[in-house]
Design a protein around this ligand. Structure first.
Ligand SMILES: NC(=O)c1ccc[n+]([C@@H]2O[C@H](COP(=O)([O-])OP(=O)(O)OC[C@H]3O[C@@H](n4cnc5c(N)ncnc54)[C@H](OP(=O)(O)O)[C@@H]3O)[C@@H](O)[C@H]2O)c1
Length: 298
């Protein structure tokens, strides 16, 4: 069983150290984000746990510090569904961090009933895409200043089912939880492609990642019978640490072996499907996101 598991769940075997580096991980209080933060801290990085709920964040930080003597982790409040919170978070980062080497846009909400963010965007599009788009926009100067630096957007292979509904980005006319999730994950892939083009010359690389099927709290909105059926295929279901492997791979792999703008899974570059390579849609999404957020990002 262990051999079958390892066939389906490749691990990042690199022992690269990250002493002196600084990383931000969104949604770091649980699941894949917490394991990503733990791995980075074990490599010596200073890690900012960007969490919506400070109590949960402090709990995760205590766990990491208990497991690792001398781990450099701090918790900062960030609600990706609230642009004021994102602004305050970014301001705090500029006040406290001299450099930012890795921005890991990991937080996510999946397949939830229709809901809106504080700013009135549909929850999955608002948190998974717009929140991270805005956060990256605000932190880009620091990333450029710290170059070579990297942005990792945690997407999902579900993106291949996605379509960007430009006439109904917020699902006001027709909302389907799975469709909205797939749209948000496609947006992660398209944002990565466009960001990579715009920042390559300044030494900021960008990658999108599929963590695999991972046993986390992400299933909180998914109906019980479906979750139970999935357990039959338990050899395919990854632990949160295994789910963090491809993100870590995208951080520690040498620059000359990485393709900025690329989609990665199973600790390797993966073919992206046509929807994920549509540069016209990527550009249109960029413009629509700027318009919704009221920002100029050329
Ligand atoms: N698990 C999988 O099988 C799977 C597969 C493909 C892709 N992914 C992607 O992997 C990423 C991590 O998911 P996970 O599986 O680790 O899920 P998880 O255990 O549910 O963790 C999600 C994290 O995102 C945070 N979050 C949600 N809404 C937020 C907001 N408005 N502001 C700030 N943080 C917020 C959560 O905070 P709270 O604890 O406060 O809610 C939590 O820390 C997501 O982007 C997900 O789409 C997961």
């Amino acid at each position: 069983m262990q051999t079958i598991r390892s066939m389906f769940n490749p691990k990042c075997s690199s022992d690269v150290r990250l002493d002196g580096k600084t990383a931000i991980v969104t949604g770091a209080n649980t699941g894949i984000g917490k394991e990503t933060a733990k791995d980075l801290a074990a490599r010596g990085a200073r890690v900012v746990l960007a969490c919506r709920d400070m109590a949960k964040g402090e709990q995760a930080a205590s766990e990491i510090m208990r497991e690792m003597n001398g781990a450099k982790v701090v918790v900062r409040q960030l609600d990706l569904g609230d642009t004021k919170s994102i602004c305050m978070f970014a301001e705090n980062i500029y006040n406290t961090e001299k450099t930012l080497d890795y921005l890991i846009n990991n937080a996510g909400v999946a397949i939830c009933p229709y809901a809106k963010t504080v700013d009135g965007y549909e929850m999955q599009f608002g948190v998974n895409h717009l929140g991270h788009f805005f956060l990256t926009f605000l932190l880009l100067d620091l990333l450029k200043h710290s170059a070579p630096s990297r942005v990792i957007n945690v997407s999902s292979t579900v993106y291949a089912m996605g379509k960007i509904q430009f006439d109904d980005l917020n699902g006001d006319k027709d909302y389907h939880p799975v469709r909205a999730y797939a749209q948000s994950k496609l947006a992660n892939v398209l944002f990565t492609r466009e960001l990579a083009k715009r920042t390559e010359a300044q030494g900021v690389m960008a990658f999108s990642v599929d963590p695999g099927i991972v046993n986390t709290e992400i299933t909180r909105h998914i109906r019980r019978p479906l979750v139970d059926i999935a357990k039959i295929f338990s050899f395919l279901i990854r632990t949160p640490a295994e789910g963090a492997s491809t993100t870590i791979y995208c951080i520690v792999t040498p620059e000359n072996e990485m393709f900025t703008g690329g989609f990665y899974k199973n600790c390797a570059r993966a073919d992206s499907c046509r929807a994920g390579e549509d540069d016209g849609t990527a550009l249109k999404l960029w413009a629509a996101s700027c318009h919704l957020l009221g920002i100029r990002w050329r």
